[in-house]
Design a protein. Structure first.
Length: 420
C-alpha cells in the first residue's frame, strides 16, 4: 500500500476539511430545509415515484463537485471516477451525509449503488463499465444487490442456492431473493445477482477444485429482463422506505448474455470480499452521523422543555444520558477512523478485525444514542414529528443487514485467538 502520513490528530486532512465545509453548507442550505418535503412524499399516494426535488438537488451537488466522493483512492489510483479521497478522508464526509436519511443519494454516495459501482470499477469488463458503471456514476440510473434469500440462512453466504447455469451463449438464472434494497425504485435498471454456477469455475474445469467458496458467481441482470418479477416490498418496522424500497424478487428462467458475468465463474466470494470493505464501513460512518443528529435534536429538546419546575437538562438522568452519548460517540468515531486509516495504509485484509469491530460498535452505539433521544422526547420521540423513530428502525436493522453482530463477533474472536 502507498505510504500515507499520520492523520492530523484524528481530524480531517485539509482536503477532507474543504469537502466537509462544502457538504455542511449544502446540508444547511438544501437538505435540512427540504426534509419535510421528502417525508410528505413518502406518506403520499405517489411515494413509489421519485420526488423531482431529488434530481434537482443531485444536479446542484454535481455542479458543486460534491459527487462520487465515496470511491476510494486504492480502487481509483488514477482518479478517473471519483475525487481521489482515502477511506479516512471520506469517513468525515460520510458522517455528515448520515445526518439525513436521504442525503447520501444527493451526492451519489448511497448504497447499494456505492458497493455496486466499486465492484464494476474493480472487476467489471470494459463493456460492463460502459453499459452500467457510467450511467451509475452519472446518477442516471440506480441498482440493487440480489444476494439474500428467504429459504436459507443468508448470514452464511455459502448457503446461497439460486442458480446461474450456462446454456449456449447465455446464462439462465433462477432463484428467489429478498431484502433486495433499491429494487422498488423506478430508476433501478440492473441487479448484481449472486448464485451458484453448477458447472464449476473458470479456473479449474468442471467440478475440479470446487470448494464452498468458489462455486458462487456474480452476474449483472437487467431489471426489465423477462422472468424478473418483484413480488412485494418488505417493511422495516412498518416503514416501506419508498421509493427505494426493499423487495422480494423472483427470478424465473432469466436469460442474460455471457458478457454479463462479472470477473468469471466461481469468483463471487472474491468479488464479495472486495465489496465488503469500503462499502460496508460506510454504514458505520453514516451511523455515527445519524447518532450525532439525534443527540443534537435531544439537546435542543431538553433545553426548551420544562418538567417538575425546571428544564429537562437540569434533571440528573437527562444530563447523564447526554454525557454517555457523547462518550459513546467519541469512542465509536475513533474506532471507525482507525479502521479506515488501517484500510488505507495496510489494506482491507489487515484491517478486517477493525472492520468487524466497528460493524458491531457503530450501530449499537448509535442505537443507544437514538434511544436516549427518544426517551427524552417522550411520546414525540416515537411519532412522525421527529426523525428519531425512523433512525432507530434503520439502525436496528443494520445490526442484521450489514452482517449480524454474531458473525462479526466470531470474526473478531478468531482473529484474536490467532495472535497466540
Amino acid at each position: 500500500m502507498a505510504h500515507n502520513p499520520l492523520p492530523p490528530m484524528f481530524g480531517p486532512t485539509p482536503r477532507a476539511q474543504m469537502y466537509l465545509d462544502k457538504i455542511n453548507k449544502f446540508m444547511d442550505d438544501h437538505i435540512y430545509p427540504n426534509e419535510h418535503k421528502f417525508f410528505e412524499h413518502e406518506q403520499s399516494a405517489h411515494r413509489w415515484t421519485v420526488l423531482p426535488l431529488m434530481e434537482e438537488l443531485k444536479a446542484k451537488a454535481k455542479q458543486e463537485g460534491l459527487w462520487n466522493l465515496f470511491i476510494p483512492l486504492e480502487s481509483d489510483p488514477q482518479v478517473k471516477y471519483g475525487a481521489g479521497l482515502t477511506n479516512y478522508e471520506y469517513a468525515f464526509l460520510c458522517e455528515a451525509m448520515g445526518k439525513c436519511l436521504w442525503a447520501p443519494e444527493v451526492f451519489n454516495c448511497a448504497a447499494p449503488d456505492t458497493g455496486n459501482m466499486e465492484v464494476l470499477i474493480k472487476y467489471g469488463s470494459e463493456h460492463q463499465k460502459k453499459k452500467w458503471l457510467q450511467p451509475l456514476l452519472d446518477g442516471k440510473i440506480r441498482s440493487c444487490f440480489a444476494m439474500t434469500e428467504p429459504a436459507v440462512a443468508s448470514s452464511d453466504a455459502t448457503n446461497i442456492a439460486s442458480t446461474i447455469k450456462r446454456e449456449g451463449n447465455e446464462y439462465v438464472i433462477n432463484g428467489r431473493k429478498w431484502w433486495t434494497s433499491g429494487a422498488m425504485d423506478p430508476r433501478c435498471k440492473v441487479a448484481v445477482f449472486m448464485g451458484v454456477t453448477p458447472t464449476g469455475n473458470n479456473r479449474g474445469g468442471k467440478d475440479e477444485g470446487r470448494t464452498l467458496y468458489n462455486k458462487h458467481s456474480m452476474i449483472l441482470v437487467p431489471m426489465d429482463a423477462p422472468g424478473v418479477k418483484i413480488i412485494r416490498p418488505l417493511l422495516v418496522f412498518g416503514y416501506d422506505d419508498s421509493p427505494h424500497g426493499h423487495a422480494e424478487v423472483e427470478f424465473t428462467n432469466v436469460r442474460v448474455p455471457l458478457e454479463n458475468m462479472i470477473l468469471g465463474e466461481g469468483r463471487g466470494f472474491e468479488i464479495a470480499q472486495g465489496r465488503l470493505g469500503p462499502g460496508r464501513i460506510h454504514h458505520c460512518m453514516r451511523s455515527i452521523g445519524t447518532a450525532e443528529r439525534a443527540l443534537s435534536i435531544m439537546k435542543k429538546r431538553v433545553k426548551s422543555r420544562v418538567a417538575f419546575n425546571k428544564p429537562l437538562i437540569f434533571h440528573g438522568t437527562i444530563a447523564a444520558d447526554i454525557c454517555n452519548s457523547r462518550l459513546d460517540l467519541e469512542q465509536a468515531r475513533l474506532l471507525t477512523l482507525k479502521a479506515a486509516y488501517t484500510m488505507d495504509t495496510k489494506g482491507n485484509k489487515e484491517a478486517r478485525n477493525l472492520i468487524a469491530m466497528i460493524k458491531i460498535v457503530a450501530p449499537n452505539v448509535a442505537l443507544n444514542v437514538v434511544d436516549r433521544a427518544i426517551q427524552a422526547h417522550g411520546g414525540a420521540g416515537v411519532c412522525q414529528d421527529f426523525p428519531l423513530a425512523r433512525m432507530w428502525a434503520g439502525l436496528r436493522t443494520l445490526r442484521i443487514a450489514d452482517g449480524p453482530d454474531e458473525v462479526h463477533r466470531l470474526t473478531v474472536s478468531k482473529l484474536e485467538m490467532a495472535k497466540l
